[in-house]
Design a protein around this ligand. Structure first.
Ligand SMILES: C[S@@+](CC[C@H](N)C(=O)[O-])C[C@H]1O[C@@H](n2cnc3c(N)ncnc32)[C@H](O)[C@@H]1O
Length: 923
């Protein structure tokens, strides 16, 4: 007896069984193939889990698990998680069970409730079963009852996976013996049933021939109930096969099966024959035969109080029995609330202790006190931090006790990490505490609470790569579509942080993968976009293989390819294109993926995009082609330049008849200048030399030493810049309205201290970015048009040629391309730019009485006012394919009107044939 008492106390067994069960449960759930999980299978698993867990350990998890909230969420977004939805019947059955439990009061000591999970066959039940079985198995087994009829005994365990065992037993006629031996030794095997007499009531030591077939130790559990300081504790120890005969302490009590410990105690009359509860700890009555019972259960015969076991006189004083065991029992919540803890129950070591030690000891007072002091709260109330402490210690027993007490609000926040708070479920998910999570999911309704970072526990599992937790929570009913920070789901987070396994678990859980995989967050970003942006090649591959849509755009019309170009993974760019991505898709800024790859200088992406047909001449809303977004001198820039050249050669081959040249600059300009003629047979002009800078004749000296101004700005020059202040035309000024003043710009020069890289007062010196085309006009010879949109104020081109003096100018036969540099600084010496023999694209720009370009004198590297750079700026917004023109001035037309009229065609043309005639007539 004592050997058993040390290692088979109810609580020891409870704890071990419980933890084993938790792990077994999880294993069971994990082993269910995720893809094959039908609704029924999942329901079955969860149903079993609930059934078992609600009866596990302290029986404290009687709270029904509500799923309606999550189901509602699923319906809201049209994502049905059918595999985890519960049937109505199922919910109702849980509800019924809960109500039934609620109605039961475990504290009704007058009506002791069986805490066992086993059905207790009363004699009536036995008889009924026997009758039914006898008729069914009449030919197979003959069973003889005490009344001569055949009987069947059926004992069924409701415990999960417990097989219903059924054994036909032969019930021998009970032999009535008046001279019954009462104090039976443990190894006695009494078979005689005494006749009840007034002085001897109990049948504790009378074994019957009712047996339970015990196939293995776990199938049947002890049905004993201990009275421990007025608390009723169920045993539930496994019943050994050798203890399979059924006993009862009196004829009033149904038969039960008992573990070796309780069996021996029953034989020693430690079980009260009136209420059937074992006298284990506390105040009891003990007769001179050392039979124990409750004071209120003592018998009365002829007004004398007697022992209900043997009829001996009842002592007037109680004995105090104290258990001795290494571990305390676990109390039900209701017991904790209504009964003082053992610590405060004034347990005294009385002289009766010695005699009480003959009763089977179970727990030591020291252990019990220690337990009480450190773990149990007197009132049964716990704080959330008590629970967190137990979780941190992985003290499953205590966690179960606290959860069972239902005194803790599981929605309370605890510190999960530095500056991060969340529920204990978040904490457990972060640390991968599966057994704890299992308990919490049973005790907690809402698995989708957001922590301080707006993550659900499922998301926390994803982020910390606790994929067992992810798997478990998805099966336990956590919402996979719940949204956290910025509307991101667990799948967004998994894709973002590169957790491929979590992506697979989440997608395998989704009822409708198609709806789930392309779910967008608040920015309109899909999980695919997140994985593209964060360069997770494996996840991109997986999502695309699961039919993620690469064409879905975000709020700025970016698609996954834009983000792939941004991140710089050429593999991802390639994959997206292979899965149907459009190479020239445009976002709301007009940027193609090539724009973005070029801007980021993602060389390999630029190469892949070019190879897959990305257009190099797409202009975005900032009037930039991809190369104009690209940092100069970068590898991407070189690739784009090369591609532009290659494209131009391809255009020659495929040219229409009116394209005469791909580049009249012969590669001297940043952008090739094609030449087309759809008007006549004129061939491209070849009577000049294309130059990009002025040619200064040897006899002309430019003073490069004298600087009028320089700035000492650091970084970007602003309005306080001295160079800027010396200019009377500024970038961004309304040029169209500034036709009268001296249009001079002093750009910052090498002598300035500002940064060449970022200074905004350096424009002309950096060259034009406009894409020109030379075309044949119908009445003005050649002309120039822009192939891209030009914003007002943009530097378009410099009028370049030979710088010659007045004498040289006068000696030139053809003055068609002369541009006078005369200005007020010039004094007596006059200079001109002649583009007749040397020039650039500007030499082909015609006159217009309503021009779109304005010539401005600009000084860049020198300040010799006699030699400004004639820079043409856009004086208005200019459309694509619009001809570029400037005003040649009165001086030009004063002479030329005698030879030809202006053909600009503008409505206010002042040099047209008609206007000229009118002016002549007026004269
Ligand atoms: C600087 S060039 C311009 C390029 C010229 N169209 C060519 O084919 O080389 C100036 C000459 O172009 C022609 N031109 C320019 N603007 C004109 C206009 N508005 N009307 C008539 N002819 C014009 C005149 O022959 C003028 O002398």
């Amino acid at each position: 007896m004592e050997e058993e008492s040390s290692d088979s106390t109810p609580c020891n067994e409870e704890e071990g069984t419980f933890i084993t069960k938790i792990l077994g449960e999880m294993k069971t759930q994990f082993n269910n193939g995720s893809e094959e999980n039908s609704q029924e299978e999942v329901q079955k698993v969860e149903s079993e889990a609930v059934t078992e867990d609600t009866t596990a350990v302290t029986l404290g998890f009687s709270k029904p698990r509500k799923r309606s909230k999550r189901v509602k969420v699923a319906i809201d977004v049209n994502v049905k998680r059918s595999t985890r939805r519960r049937s109505r019947d199922y919910n109702e059955s849980i509800l019924k069970t809960a109500i039934a439990r609620k109605e039961k009061s475990y504290n009704e000591s007058d009506k002791p409730q069986r805490l066992t999970r086993q059905l207790k066959p009363t004699q009536k039940i036995l008889d009924n079963i026997a009758n039914a079985a006898a008729s069914k198995h009449e030919k197979k087994k003959r069973v003889k009852g005490g009344d001569g009829e055949e009987k069947v005994v059926k004992v069924k365990s409701t415990r999960r996976r417990t097989k219903v065992v059924e054994q036909l037993v032969e019930i021998k006629e009970e032999i009535v013996e008046s001279d019954t031996k009462l104090n039976i030794e443990l190894d006695t095997k009494p078979v005689l049933v005494p006749q009840m007499t007034a002085t001897q009531l109990c049948v504790c030591s009378h074994e019957t021939k009712y047996y339970v077939l015990v196939e293995n130790r776990e199938n049947v559990f002890c049905t004993a109930i201990d009275n421990i300081s007025n608390k009723l504790i169920g045993c539930n120890n496994p019943v050994n096969h050798k203890d399979s005969s059924m006993l009862r302490p009196s004829v009033r009590i149904p038969y039960g099966v008992f573990c070796s410990l309780h069996r021996s105690r029953m034989l020693n009359h430690n079980c009260c024959p009136v209420c059937g509860i074992f006298c284990t700890q506390g105040s009891f009555v003990q007769c001179e035969n050392k039979h124990q019972y409750h004071r209120k259960c003592q018998n009365s015969i002829d007004e004398a109080l007697v022992c209900p076991h043997c009829g001996k006189p009842s002592p007037t004083t109680d004995i105090e029995i104290i258990m001795e065991t290494s571990k305390p029992p676990v109390f039900l919540r209701t017991q904790q609330l209504s009964v003082k803890s053992i610590e405060t129950s004034n347990v005294k070591r009385t002289n009766n202790r010695e005699s009480s030690c003959e009763s089977p000891p179970m727990i030591s007072v020291e252990d019990l006190k220690l337990y009480n002091e450190t773990e149990m709260r007197e009132s049964g109330q716990y704080s959330i931090n008590d629970l967190l402490d137990c979780i941190k210690k992985s003290d499953y027993q205590e966690v179960a006790a606290i959860l069972g007490s239902r005194s803790v609000d599981l929605n309370s926040f605890v510190e999960c990490d530095k500056d991060e708070t969340g529920t204990v479920l978040h904490y457990s998910a972060r640390h991968g505490l599966l057994p704890i999570i299992h308990m919490l999911t049973i005790a907690e309704d809402d698995l989708d609470i957001l922590d301080s970072e707006k993550n659900t526990a499922l998301m926390v599992g994803v982020l910390h790569e606790q994929n067992d937790v992810v798997k478990y929570l998805t099966k336990a009913g956590a919402s996979i579509i719940a949204k956290g920070m910025d509307g991101m789901t667990a799948l967004h987070l998994a894709a973002k942080c590169g957790n491929l396994e979590a992506c697979e678990i989440l997608l395998s859980t989704a009822a409708h993968i198609k709806n789930y995989i392309d779910i967008a967050d608040d920015g309109g970003w899909t999980p695919l976009v997140w994985s593209c942006e964060h360069n997770h090649v494996d996840i991109v591959k997986y999502l695309l293989s699961e039919k993620a849509n690469p064409l879905l755009s975000d709020v700025e019309q970016n698609v996954a390819l834009h983000w792939a170009a941004f991140s710089g993974s050429s593999k991802i760019v390639e994959m997206i294109l292979n899965f149907g991505g459009e190479v020239n898709v445009i976002n709301s800024h007009g940027d193609s993926p090539l724009h973005i790859a070029a801007r980021q200088d993602n060389y390999n992406c630029v190469l892949v995009l070019l190879a897959r047909g990305a257009k190099i001449d797409v202009v975005n809303k900032a009037d930039e082609t991809p190369i104009e977004c690209c940092p100069e001198n970068s590898k991407s820039y070189e690739a784009l330049i090369l591609n532009i050249r290659l494209q131009s050669y391809i255009q020659v081959d495929n040219s229409t008849s009116n394209c005469l040249s791909n580049d009249i600059s012969e590669g001297k300009e940043r952008n090739a200048i094609s030449c087309i003629n759809s008007v006549d047979d004129e061939t491209p002009p070849r009577d000049y030399c294309y130059v990009t800078k002025n040619c200064i004749m040897p006899d002309i000296q430019i003073d490069s030493d004298t600087l009028l101004v320089s700035c000492s700005c650091s970084g970007i020059c602003q309005s306080s810049c001295d160079c800027y202040k010396h200019s009377n035309v500024h970038m961004g000024d309304s040029l169209a309205n500034d036709l009268t003043g001296h249009k001079v710009i002093f750009e910052c020069s090498p002598s300035c201290s500002c940064s060449d890289e970022v200074c905004t007062n350096r424009v002309v010196q950096k060259g034009s970015k406009v894409k020109f085309q030379l075309f044949r006009t119908r009445s003005k010879g050649w002309g120039v048009k822009t192939l891209n949109v030009i914003k007002r104020g943009t530097f378009v081109s410099e009028y370049v040629g030979q710088i010659i003096n007045e004498e040289q100018a006068d000696s030139r036969e053809d003055d068609t391309y002369l541009f006078d540099l005369d200005n007020k600084f010039q004094g007596t010496e006059r200079f001109s730019i002649d583009a007749k023999f040397y020039g650039n694209v500007s030499r082909f720009m015609n006159h217009n009485c309503r021009p779109n370009l304005l010539p401005i004198r600009v000084f860049t590297d020198h300040h010799d006012v006699k030699f400004p750079r004639i820079s043409l700026f856009a004086k208005c917004d200019i459309r694509k394919n619009e001809e570029l023109s400037f005003d040649y001035g009165e001086k030009f037309w004063a002479i030329k009107k005698n030879y030809f009229a202006c053909k600009c065609g503008s409505d206010n043309c002042i040099y047209s044939e008609r206007q000229v005639k009118n002016s002549v007539q007026k004269c």
